[in-house]
Design a protein. Sequence first.
Length: 260
Amino acid sequence: MNTAAATSSAKRRIPLRGWPIIALRLAALLATLLACLGAYYLLAPFTRANPVPRRFLRAVGMICGLRTRLAGSPPTRRGVLLANHVSWLDIPALAGATGTAFVAHDGLAGIGPLRWLCELNDTVFVARHDRRSVAAQIEQVRRAIADTGRLAIFPEGTTSDGSGLLPFKSSLLSAVDADCGALAIQPIWLDYGAQVADIAWVGAEPGLANALRLLARWRPIRLTVHCLPPLPAEQRTDRKAIARHAREAIEQVMTRPRAG
């Protein structure tokens, strides 16, 4: 291991005082999951738009130390949110703040327990290379929006270090392509501020190591969810135009000088 890698590894090592809070948070997450599963199935026969998954994700964020603030235009009641992607925390943060469901790539669908939990929150799995499934995906999108009102997509397709944006993959928008003229499309900037480099899940860091490292933090993780104005009709003619203009809108606000 070279010197830079060793230094980075040392910085990311979990200190001894971090393990007690990890244990407490894991216990709280398990208790919350069990309680919310009971509430979900209790309410399921009586409501189509079950509120429990979004409440669960909001609780997950709070237990993990997230302190989320909404800024800008309130999320539209019926539409699609396009957000940058920095961490697994983006999911509980965005769901908790806006009540959204998500579009995810079909690789996650192969993980049984994770697929089951995602489907409780009306997740739509997109098979990017299977044209035959597009019609079914479009129907899933319409059903998810009817149930939850909002659907979020991370068009980068993976997490970044938060200092900039990766290219937006228009293929991830294929499921909303048929309805892009009728749906509100709203760009979202997830802003972790100066701590973003420590929060980001990038490089060779394993997912479990990243999760434990964030759970070991004693200081809160502050996140501002910037809801930018919805794209005008002329910028959402098709999925490629949507990807380009949404990325430009987020990049513009990311690079704007901060007050003070």
